[in-house]
Design a protein around this ligand. Structure first.
Ligand code: CIR
Length: 253
């Protein structure tokens, strides 16, 4: 069960966030409304939410998930692989010190964005992506070992981050899209497959027996409802325009 979440309110510079999508520029006012609804959804799952102030220097800073890996035993401040996001990690350490006694840091030449890391109990799958390199993954695995946890790497070919196409919903249930449907590393999970035309919905989050899912993906909604999940849908349209998934907007611990 999770008790807390950390989010950061989007800043007006959000419209300059990194993107590969062709969905147009985010509408800042609407993004703020969607962010507020997302926070309300987190609270409705019983989480105490810490909201950080917007920081206009960093267009992507609302995607707090990428700058830290929060485990049950320690926090790891990452070192983002996107050059414009690198300094974001300096903002999160002081915040985490309110909640964690043990905070570790990824160091150069390692790069890690925690959107590439999926927690399954005390094991962590780490995607090797354009943002997370082998040196970074090796550091994460070494840190996890020191706290009696484990990690393993997953080579990625299509997605931005591992969790762009994969979400663990506890009890061995895994939501899979795209390249992960046939990936041998995940053969032992009960898979819920997401169709390619709803690929964005493969990024969803389990929080205390509820699942937050982006709104507007009816097939994914039906599949998850049929699997017995209690769903809360949230509109993510403005964040999708800059490649942001639902999980990226919060750190949950
Ligand atoms: C980026 O490209 O870094 C942001 N525009 C989106 C980050 C999304 N984060 C995530 O999937 N964990």
């Amino acid at each position: 069960m999770f008790k807390r979440a950390i989010v950061r309110t989007p800043s007006p510079s959000l419209i300059d966030g990194i993107t590969t999508a062709s969905l147009g520029l985010p509408n800042y006012t609407l993004a703020l409304q969607q962010h507020a609804a997302y926070v309300a959804a987190l609270k409705s799952c019983g989480l105490e939410v810490t909201t950080l102030a917007p920081d206009d220097r960093f267009p992507d800073a609302t995607f707090v998930e990428d700058v830290a890996l929060l485990t049950p035993r320690c926090a790891i401040v990452t070192r983002p692989g996107a050059p414009t996001r690198l300094a974001e990690s300096t903002l999160i350490g002081p915040v985490l010190s309110h909640f964690y006694a043990d905070i570790e840091y990824i160091k150069a030449p390692g790069t890690v964005e925690a959107g590439d890391i999926m927690m399954v109990g005390l094991h962590f799958y780490i995607g090797l992506s354009a943002r997370t390199n082998q040196a970074g993954a090796d550091q994460v695995i070494a840190i996890l070992k020191r706290y009696n946890m484990s990690g393993s790497v997953v080579p990625l070919s299509e997605v931005l981050h591992l969790k762009t196409g994969l979400s663990y919903l506890e009890d061995n249930q895994l939501v899979v899209g795209g390249e992960f449907k046939t990936c041998a590393l995940f053969a032992g999970f009960n898979k819920i497959e997401i169709d390619d035309d709803e690929a964005y919905a493969a990024n969803c989050v389990w929080i205390n027996n509820k699942v937050l899912l982006p709104a507007g993906f009816p097939k994914a909604e039906r599949a998850l409802s049929a699997a017995g999940f209690d769903l809360i849908t949230v509109d993510m349209s403005e964040f999708q325009k800059i490649d942001g998934g639902l999980s990226c907007l919060s750190l949950r611990f």
